[in-house]
Design a protein around this ligand. Structure first.
Ligand SMILES: C[S@@+](CC[C@H](N)C(=O)[O-])C[C@H]1O[C@@H](n2cnc3c(N)ncnc32)[C@H](O)[C@@H]1O
Length: 234
């Protein structure tokens, strides 16, 4: 339970009100949710940022303090917060929700925050500038479409990394998204745009809010999949 008395059931009921929403509607939902987003995600045992950053660090050998990071779908800044603890210093954040960007701005972590509804607006980032592009918690049906993956790769420097994390939800739409995402990742490798570094599936990404039983004491968790690619040098 949170400090203001919200329970797991309250948060699940709230989240289920936007089940099946498409991007624009979902962004409005995030605008309204921004102030209690972190608190509610802690109630949901949301481990995606920790798992993505751990995965990155298992596979990345750069000097954190020199790395220019583009944090896509940055939300309130949970990913940057963990990375700063590891020595990363330079962040640009992008999100479709002004409410979430306002929360991110309060952290002081980002040198710039840019508003864009990805899939509709182009990714607001120069080509070939970032050592590392992160996207955590937004690769899903109704969030960031698969077509944006190419834009993430474009924003990375030659030799730079793109680190992606996805919630492995159990639904037909989620499975279609996964198949289409993984086909695009592979196609981009075949086209010579980047090379695969690692993929990892980890348990306990967060409480499964869409397939939970009535008894939340027996919490069911989703898995999380992480993918790391390295952009080709030419
Ligand atoms: C689950 S939150 C993840 C935020 C942050 N990365 C984290 O792990 O805490 C999803 C974020 O994606 C953003 N988002 C969803 N769809 C988007 C889109 N099409 N374009 C830009 N941002 C989007 C939402 O506004 C929200 O901040």
């Amino acid at each position: 339970m949170s400090a203001d008395g919200r329970t797991v059931n309250d948060v699940i009921s709230f989240l289920q009100t936007c089940q099946g929403a498409e991007s624009q509607e979902r962004i409005k939902f995030y605008d309204g949710w921004a102030e209690t987003y972190e608190q509610d995600h802690s109630i949901l045992h949301y481990r995606a940022p920790n798992q993505a950053v751990d995965f990155l660090m298992e596979n990345f050998s750069g000097r954190p303090e020199e790395v220019q990071v583009l944090d896509v779908a940055c939300g309130s800044g949970l990913v940057a917060k963990l990375m700063i603890e590891l020595g990363f210093k330079h962040f640009v954040g992008v999100d479709g929700s002004q409410g979430m960007l306002d929360q991110a701005a309060k952290t002081g972590f980002y040198k710039e925050l840019r508003l864009a509804l990805l899939g509709t607006d182009p990714l607001p980032a120069q080509t070939g500038v970032f050592d590392l592009v992160m996207i955590v918690g937004a690769l899903r049906q109704g969030f960031v479409p698969v077509s944006v993956i190419r834009e993430l790769c474009l924003a990375a420097k030659p030799g730079g990394y793109v680190c992606m994390s996805r919630n492995c939800l159990e639904s037909e739409a989620a499975n279609e998204y996964k198949v289409s995402l993984e086909a695009e990742l592979q196609l981009m490798e075949e086209e010579g745009l980047w090379s695969h570094v690692n993929t990892k599936v980890t348990e306990k990404y967060m409480i499964d809010v869409y397939n939970c039983c009535d008894d939340v004491q027996n919490d069911k968790y989703t898995h999380g999949a992480k993918y790391l690619y390295r952009k080709s040098l030419q």
